[in-house]
Ligand binder design. Structure first.
Ligand SMILES: Nc1ncnc2c1ncn2[C@@H]1O[C@H](COP(=O)(O)OP(=O)(O)OP(=O)(O)O)[C@@H](O)[C@H]1O
Ligand SMILES: [Mg+2]
Length: 222
């Protein structure tokens, strides 16, 4: 499903190059839940951004469903991401001028020719599942950080991705909400075989994973 070969990322900074990821080989099977753990600054988000087609590796390759994603053109990559991947970033980002329902429906409206009514119906269902159906018409600034986070997760799932990449998706949520969201991920994981790659600092969440990927100083650690 997912294969990284010698993936590395070096950032050019004013203080000189920063080697955030130093050559990672990794495979994750379809339908698996992989937890990425490691200390702050170890390169987890950098790795996830390369896997997600958001940040170009300095070397190495990333294949998803046998597509070598960094060989696609920018347009092809954007389309591939929209159709096949869902993202929950470390720092939640909803478009501030759109209502919650519009934010969640947006990837469906931008993607495959879905009828707007269907996109909105799917968005409404997801909002209800995540307990924020009452905020459909609110703007992001009008709801709490945890409610925004749930909307971001709903948005990530609207196009039924085959792979969901999530960077500490439940870090600012209470335990009960966290459990609900994890249950939801597991349910989609079982029913549709969605692959889940999740960065987490929560070791009890990592214990639920099929595969634990430990990163230390930009490399896989035992
Ligand atoms: N855009 C950037 N430019 C320069 N250096 C960066 C950039 N992004 C990350 N880094 C550096 O790369 C290293 C890895 O950062 P990264 O964000 O991948 O860590 P992380 O494991 O996700 O940490 P955290 O758990 O705190 O989120 C760090 O030393 C960081 O300072
Ligand atoms: Mg990070």
């Amino acid at each position: 499903m997912l294969a990284c070969a010698d993936v590395a990322k070096t950032y050019a900074t004013e203080r000189g190059p920063v080697e955030a990821v130093k050559g990672v080989d990794l495979t994750i099977d379809r339908g698996n839940f992989a937890a990425i753990i490691g200390r702050s600054g170890s390169g987890k988000s950098s790795l996830l951004a390369m896997v997600g087609g958001l940040s170009r590796p300095s070397r190495g390759s990333v294949s998803i469903d046998n597509t070598d994603i960094w060989r696609l053109s920018d347009n092809q990559l954007a389309q591939f991401r929209n159709r096949h991947m869902g993202f929950v970033f470390q720092f939640a980002s909803l478009l501030p001028t759109l209502r919650i329902i519009d934010n969640v429906a947006l990837p469906a409206l931008l993607g495959r020719a879905r009828v707007p009514a269907d996109a909105y119906e799917a968005a409404t269902q997801l909002l209800n599942q995540f307990g924020i159906g009452g905020y459909a018409d609110a703007f992001p600034a009008e709801i709490s950080a945890g409610e925004q986070r749930r909307a971001v997760i709903a948005r990530a799932l609207i196009n039924n991705p085959v792979i969901l990449l999530a960077d500490e998706p439940t870090s600012d949520l209470d335990e009960e909400t966290e459990r609900e969201i994890m249950d939801h991920f597991h349910a989609i994981n079982r029913s549709r075989g969605m692959t889940l790659v999740m960065v987490t600092h929560n070791l009890s969440l990592a214990e639920q994973a099929d595969q634990v990927v430990h990163i230390a100083e930009g490399r896989l650690a035992a």
